[in-house]
Design a protein around this ligand. Sequence first.
Ligand code: NAG
Ligand code: NAG
Length: 270
Amino acid sequence: MKILSLSLLFLLAATVSHVRSSASVPGLIELLESNTIFGDEAELLEKEGLSINYHNCRSWHLGVETSNIIDFDTVPANCKDYVEDYLITSKQYQSDSKTVCKEAYFYAKGLALKNDTVNVWIFDIDDTLLSSIPYYAKYGYGTQNTAPGAYWSWLRSGESTPGLPETLHLYRNLLELGIEPIIISDRWKRLSEVTLDNLKAAGVTKWKHLIFKPNHSKLPEVVYKSKVRKSLVKKGYNIVGNIGDQWADLVEDTPGRVFKLPNPLYYVPS
Ligand SMILES: *[C@@H]1O[C@H](CO)[C@@H](O)[C@H](O)[C@H]1NC(C)=O
Ligand SMILES: *[C@@H]1O[C@H](CO)[C@@H](O)[C@H](O)[C@H]1NC(C)=O
């Protein structure tokens, strides 16, 4: 930071005393091309075995939602309180989700839907229709590393994954418009029993298809979901929209519009 302010000061001095400009003062291009500031910080953090720290957690979160920050293992430790506040205390999560779902509904309502085809809308399950916040709350709101598969074990334990009211509202509204839900989950087929219970408890009982990943499939979510969508299109379904909390749910061969729900807890690579 000090280096930056000092350089800016030099730059300012150079601008002010333009007529007397000296060759030793760094020019703007030099300053922008210099990576010493970021380089030093990254090196320091690496030495201390720390992940890159984000001083401003709102900025970090925006970076995650826009897919500028990707593949992070855990939420930065200093952002635990921010994430808890975002998801629980401030209700900003509900407000943001509501905005996404409202836009999705207005879009769907404005479509001139053909009646000679089946119009469908793709829903994801985890953190789209159902919430995994109770799980992540136990692990510092995503700041703590959990064992691989721990989430699936938790699901199997039968603990509830409560419904997300904003997406459930959209689900009911789309049904009313005559758009049929197709639920594509990254959950394996072997979790279908507990999933059906969770969906039923949340009031999700109608769908054209509920599609699970084959048992033991290791296909990345983005590849698997894109394959499923392609086969649905081949079968003649008109996919008008797709909603999910991960870009991996939404990118690659997605017909119609996509709607991205917020999720500051984790990132599925796409
Ligand atoms: C589809 O819409 C057309 C035009 O509005 C109408 O004539 C036709 O009866 C409808 N078909 C069905 C199956 O509802
Ligand atoms: C997947 O696993 C479940 C539970 O172990 C089993 O009941 C089901 O038959 C399996 N499905 C397939 C297609 O192998």
